[in-house]
Design a binder for this molecule. Structure first.
Ligand SMILES: [Zn+2]
Length: 345
């Protein structure tokens, strides 16, 4: 038995997958959007399973409070300020060098969503906000790409697989984005690492079905689980998928067309605000910026970002595309003021 067949021998023994399914996995591409708790788990499962190409997209860097549930990072990644997608790719390549792992440090917006997501066979939702999820949903529905929505909070989680043209989409289920502050977040309710591990594993399993030629076995509807009470529910969405929906029926894509967007947002689970600049024509010269800011205070820099400590507990992390994460505050005006003060933006 050669190395390749030995690596996947137990998986191929699973009859629904078999050799044919394994070959299909090897020639497919999955995009994991967000390398947090759910994205870490699903990316790891897909890489270990032998999906040919796994693209990782994330805008953030790991923090100590992430390590409890974000299984692809360690303490060294936190202290070095390595962006999540880069750190994740580094660890994943050591798990399976046969897989092409492509890290992308970027925030998905209407401007880049089609480029980042368009050429793939499945999209995995590892995001933490509805704005990005609507964007994924619209790219998926426009391009006919299946995607696997997931979310976890406390000990609970949910999974929904969207196959455009066949099943209900996210907007069928949630027609309008929830108002900020109306839903629990990992900030307000906390999260068990085990909850995100189960949801991430379910998402990866759905993706493996889709990629291995087993789309008929995809779980239809919404799966909602509570690990603490042991309740598992399957909610049928059949009635939703037959009624009108602006996105999957009428092909109206307001998020993708930039009609709905924001330029500042509080990051889930963090004392942090991300500020998106007005569109820049060229990337920021991070080396120059690091030099300039180091005159004012402590600076950590690497090829992807410059982190500047304004005062203990308050810092700016500036990425080359101009995005800035202000850590240490949840107040948008304060974040904007700091960006204006130190970056002139
Ligand atoms: Zn829909």
């Amino acid at each position: 038995m050669n190395q390749k067949s030995e690596r996947y021998s137990r998986q191929v023994l699973f009859a629904p997958l078999s050799k044919g399914g394994q070959d299909r996995l090897a020639s497919s591409c999955a995009v994991v959007v967000g390398c947090g708790a759910l994205g870490s788990v699903s990316a790891m499962a897909l890489v270990r399973a032998g999906v040919g190409t796994v693209r990782l997209i994330d805008r953030d860097f790991p923090e100590l409070s992430n390590l409890q549930r974000q299984v692809l990072f360690d303490e060294d990644d936190v202290s070095a300020g390595i962006p999540k997608s880069v750190a994740a790719a580094h660890h994943l390549k050591k798990m399976n060098s046969e897989v092409i792992v492509v890290p992308i440090v970027a925030d998905i917006t209407h401007r880049n969503a089609v480029d980042l997501l368009g050429e793939c066979d499945v999209i995995i939702d590892g995001t933490d906000n509805f704005e990005t999820r609507y964007l994924l949903n619209e790219v998926a529905c426009q391009r006919g790409i299946p995607w696997v929505h997931g979310g976890a909070i406390g000990a609970e989680g949910r999974v929904m697989t969207v196959i455009p043209g066949q099943s209900a989409c996210l907007r069928c289920l949630v027609p309008d984005p929830p108002q900020p502050g109306t839903l629990p977040t990992c900030d307000t309710s906390g999260i068990l690492g085990t909850a995100s591990m189960v949801i991430g594993a379910l998402q990866a399993t759905e993706a493996i079905k889709l990629l291995s030629g087993n789309a008929a076995d995809v779980i239809t509807g919404l799966t909602a689980i509570d690990l603490w009470t042991g309740q598992w529910q399957r909610v049928s969405l059949k009635s939703l998928s037959v009624r009108g929906c602006p996105t999957c029926r009428e092909h109206d894509f307001p998020w993708l067309e930039g009609r709905f967007q924001s330029t500042a947002r509080v990051l889930c689970g963090r004392e942090a605000v991300q500020i998106d600049p007005l569109q820049r024509s060229s990337p920021i010269d991070l080396e120059q910026l690091a030099k300039r800011l180091s005159l004012l205070g402590r600076v950590v820099s690497n090829p992807w970002l410059v982190r500047f400590e304004v005062e203990p507990g308050l810092s700016l992390s500036i990425f080359s595309d101009g995005r800035t994460i202000v850590s240490g505050t949840r107040e948008e005006p304060r974040a904007r003021a700091l960006v204006a003060r130190y970056l002139g933006a």
